[in-house]
Write a protein that binds this ligand. Structure first.
Ligand SMILES: [Zn+2]
Length: 283
């Protein structure tokens, strides 16, 4: 799956898709609460039983001659606290098949440091974890990094010792501010709440615009119901305020919104309809 924004291209490479009841992700999203939204969420984002598909994918941005990988999925290791759950070991092959072998990546960035966004930063080699992308600089938000390194309960950031610390030790990481500019067309925007230093990625080129959400939202229904937080949000009130601000700034046909966990087609527009809001998938 590939999008063109001016002279920038964005390619989605999926690691896995997990079917689950949406209320397992967003506790407020019961079948009853979803009913008023089901007509516009179907067929891509919800079925009649309130089931959705949580897509875990990476996005590769090509801009100014650089290849920028946004979020690195779960990775080749079991996630602590989730017995039997691990990423797909063929993910690097999928990157290569999409035209982006691991050696070709110039920049790796993580919207935040939860386990499903940092996994392929590293890969196991013997009893060590080594960088998967040997020629890349890795960008982490300083606030996000310092927070998770300072707490004893690392929650969803449960793999950082294996996925972030080895990158720091290898000297491949840069700690950045959440409004860091990557290229003439690509920059981060701070969207804290789901985690302390969460960032989204904004692409602007030739009058066209796209936003990669990260986990500021997990599902398109949150554009209509920004108060529906995700169970693991670090600061729920901040997450709500962030979604309301993002909706004000990025609604309309001018901005293609690409969800980091949205099921295929994974992108669309936030539109005002009959005094409310919907997300219109771009198919
Ligand atoms: Zn996530």
């Amino acid at each position: 799956m590939r999008w063109t924004i001016g002279d920038v291209t964005i390619t989605k490479v999926t690691e896995m898709e997990q079917p689950l009841p949406l209320s397992g992700l967003l506790p407020a999203a019961t079948v009853e609460a979803l009913a008023p939204h089901s007509h516009w969420l179907a067929p891509h984002f919800i079925d009649d039983a309130g089931m959705t598909s949580l897509s875990i994918h990476a996005l590769i941005i090509e801009s100014d001659g650089l290849r920028i990988l946004v979020d690195t999925c779960v990775g080749d290791r079991e996630v602590p606290g989730i017995p039997g759950f691990r990423g797909d070991p063929t993910f690097p092959d999928r990157l290569a098949a999409a035209g982006h072998p691991v050696e070709s990546i110039d920049i790796v960035c993580c919207t935040h440091l939860h386990f499903d966004h940092v996994g392929w930063n590293t890969r196991p080699e013997g009893d060590r974890q080594v960088p998967t992308f040997p020629n890349a600089r890795y960008l982490f938000c300083r606030t996000e990094h310092d927070h998770w390194m300072s707490v004893t309960d690392d929650g969803y950031a449960s793999t950082i010792a294996d996925t972030v610390a080895p990158i720091m030790d290898a000297g491949l990481a840069d700690l950045i501010e959440p409004d860091h500019v990557l290229t003439s067309s690509v920059r981060f925007v701070p969207t804290h709440g789901h985690s302390p230093g969460h960032m989204s990625v904004l692409i602007e080129s030739d009058g066209e615009r796209a936003l990669i959400t990260g986990d500021a939202t997990h599902h398109p229904v949150q554009w209509a119901e920004p108060s529906w937080g995700m169970a693991a949000d670090w600061d729920g009130a901040m997450g709500i305020a962030t979604r309301e601000r993002m909706r004000a700034e990025f609604s309309g046909e001018d901005t293609l919104v690409i969800g980091t966990h949205y099921a295929a087609p994974s992108a669309g527009h936030i539109v005002a309809v009959d005094g409310g809001w919907q997300f219109r998938a771009q198919v």
